[in-house]
Design a protein around this ligand. Sequence first.
Ligand code: NAD
Ligand code: MG
Length: 295
Amino acid sequence: MPKDPKTQYYHDTFPKQFQDAPGLQKEMDPKPDCGEESYKGSGKLDGRKALVTGGDSGIGRAAAIAYAREGADVAINYLPEEQPDAEEVKQLIEEAGRKAVLIPGDLKDEDFNYKLVEEAHEQLGGLDILALVAGKQQAVEDIADLPTEQIKETYETNVYPLYWLSKAAIPHMPAGSSIITTTSVEGFNPSPMLLDYAATKSAIIGFTKGLAAQIADKGIRVNSVAPGPIWTPLQISGGQPQENIPEFGGGTPETPIGRAGQPAELSSVYVFLASEDSSYVSAQVYSITGGIPTA
Ligand code: NAD
Ligand code: MG
């Protein structure tokens, strides 16, 4: 019997909970499901070498676990204060029998982006998957209260590193490699309280399509994933006002499927876009939104 998507994953209300950004998944209640117990690989990425930003928690963690279980060695980047979450991911990658490389650092720092790529390439012995998942989201209801510093930091986190990391990685990437960015339903349908964030997510769509056209002749494909409301540290650390947390994904925002998504529900798409299964797919945005239309 197929499972009903409305009840397949957690579908109760969420307890209010706040952490300072970036937050730790370890301390969330309930803990996001990143496929730790459920994701089964089938050799789709045997011998591949992946760098995943934001790989400690949430959607990036789901991608990192899936990549390792599909046979890839995986380097993850995250902020130093997220070390406890990153250690869990390292253990999960190693339990899959793959090499795990932990490279903490702040992507707002241009030079760090170049060092990250060089270190990942060196320690993995190659690089053919670049999954760009890191992001910053802080809800502010009124533009009058939106600090310039936040606008800058949202762009410096969500947009600039895509240029720097791609620039550094492309010369290392053989034909058949894949770059995957992470946009959002916000890139199509902006929430009034996410003016800075939503605009960065639209920028990511433009970047993805343009880079895909630019480097198709190198045999490198570039695609993006557009998640809807997914239960991760991003949301409980200022991504939503606390009053939205109990009904997150069910009522605020409302999804036709009627609940928040879990990171594990994105794993197969990050794998698909990285693997040879998507050999004819480039410049596309793949939406996983609980039924919210994006086109
Ligand atoms: P998350 O908090 O688990 O992941 C975000 C990660 O970004 C953090 O773990 C952190 O390691 C990284 N990060 C933030 N600032 C950084 C910096 N300056 N330097 C280095 N790393 C930094 O939350 P998530 O929801 O899994 O977010 C992953 C991606 O998914 C983000 O790009 C987010 O915009 C996108 N997204 C999330 C949702 C959602 O509902 N959760 C919806 C649409 C898109
Ligand atoms: Mg994190």
